[in-house]
Design a protein around this ligand. Sequence first.
Ligand code: ZN
Length: 325
Amino acid sequence: MTAGAGAQSTEGNAQFEALRAADLKLATIGWRLATANAPLCERLEPGTGIQLHTLDQFDSATRAQAQTHFGFASPIAVEAIVSGSPAERAGLRADDSLIRVGSVDMRAIAGKAGTTERLVAAQLAIAALPTEASIAVEALRGGEAIRVTIEPVPACKSRFELEIINSFGASADGTMVQISSRFLDDYSDDQVAAVTAHEFAHNVLHHRDRLVARGVDYGLLSGFGANVKYFRQTEIQADLLSAYLLANAGYPPRASIDFWRKYGSDGLIGLFRSRSHPHWRDRIATLEAEIPKIEAQAARPIVPALIAERSQPLSGDWQSLLVRR
Ligand SMILES: [Zn+2]
């Protein structure tokens, strides 16, 4: 190996570790939100605290180095373990290569190379295991076969995905929350938790299904006409619920205000559809009015009344929810 290639390799390894740290940061936020708020969720999965990665999600140019760096001995491995999680208690570690997780044969999971198909398939297979039954795990560590048993805890059924991109983006599709890595660079952990909680709230409240049931079309026209009132209602509901989700998970609910203040004053109005979304100063005023109700209660989790409405059609009434600045 030439000196140049060696230097490149060292830089590559630092990037792998930076990626691992970023994935773990979002996984930890997702873990806290999904487990602490399990009583608020209809759909549950066994919470383990394992952050997976797959060799084939790396592009062909970096795959060989990823294999060496992370020591993949099978196609799917543990990228990181959330601190304090059942997987940590069971003794599973980062860079353990997974053979079997419960009834799921990890070597049988397929996906297109250069994509996250195999990763997502593995996440969904584990999420489909019984919520509260012990999970026997077979893995390889340094060439040796190991077995551990994870005692999972109930977690809301949701994936949390970090999108590696140098721009701001956050979305929820009903089962998954995606946050762009730029937020992790520029926002505090509590503020990242706040934007994650907002997107997660859309899923907890089944907003996508309820918008579709109202005939709302996603895409270019979503910010126009009769759709606006439904989008506004879902946005304000997600803001309100986000403060409860944060509080239940041990985050300061005021992180939601901090997030909107920074986001709004950074001028990032392209991030969320401006026509369908209320003004950020009104969103802050709405949260300012709600958060004292949360802070006045000591018991956790709090299950706000919004949760009981989630199986009902959207009314389109956003005016009564929004507090004007
Ligand atoms: Zn939203």
